[in-house]
Design a protein around this ligand. Structure first.
Ligand SMILES: Cc1cc2nc3c(=O)[nH]c(=O)nc-3n(C[C@H](O)[C@H](O)[C@H](O)COP(=O)(O)O)c2cc1C
Length: 177
């Protein structure tokens, strides 16, 4: 049994990249949530979820919610991967939206992922284009950081993944292990 495990949920690959980097850096095994066996996951003392952010929801959170009772006494952390640049207020909103009740004490870390409209599924691309159209009607001076990022990314292929984003999470793991 390994001391820690990294579980990930990634639609377009960025959260998986962070999970693999983290696995290299910590020696913890990393597994796709869809293929994971909860009984094995909860044998570890440290559980880290890496999940992409879609419409403010962190992918994979439902796994933690479903198994909240089994997280007692474990050291758990979430690493959310989104397209927006880091912004404290936006992070707080994402945390409050995703980690309620029994999960509210879990620390959330953040790294920027990737954006490639060509690779998106049709429903995802349609949703992103609708969002871009509605943001385009606003005054650019009033854009929130995520709106700026969304508008910069129109029609682009962007990859912001960077190992540096893992530093705060690694520091946290050093403190708790
Ligand atoms: C339908 C959709 C909704 C998204 N919503 C958000 C969002 O609310 N906030 C954000 O920062 N990024 C958002 N993104 C960007 C993704 O978080 C980004 O592409 C990330 O790399 C996804 O993780 P993955 O590559 O592991 O799938 C969205 C992307 C898609 C396709």
């Amino acid at each position: 049994m390994s001391k820690g495990v990294i579980i990930y949920r990634s639609k377009y690959g960025a959260a998986k990249i962070y999970a693999e980097w983290l696995s290299e850096m910590t020696g913890f095994e990393c597994v796709d949530i869809k293929k994971s066996d909860p009984n094995q996951v909860f044998q570890s003392e440290i559980i880290i979820l890496c999940g992409g952010v879609y419409a403010s929801g962190i992918a994979g959170i439902s796994f933690l919610k479903k198994n909240a009772g089994r997280l007692k006494g474990k050291k758990t952390a979430v690493f959310a991967v989104g397209a927006s640049p880091y912004d404290e207020k936006a992070m707080e909103e994402i945390k409050n939206h995703n980690l309620k009740g029994e999960l509210s004490e879990i620390p959330v870390f953040y790294g920027r992922g990737a954006w490639d409209e060509k690779r998106m599924t049709l429903p995802d691309r349609t949703m992103c284009r609708m969002l871009q159209k509605s943001v385009a009607k606003k005054d650019p001076d009033t854009y929130e950081p995520w709106m700026k990022a969304l508008m910069c990314a129109v029609g682009q292929s962007c990859d912001w993944t960077d190992r540096e984003y893992l530093t705060p999470l690694l520091e946290y793991l050093d403190r708790v292990s």
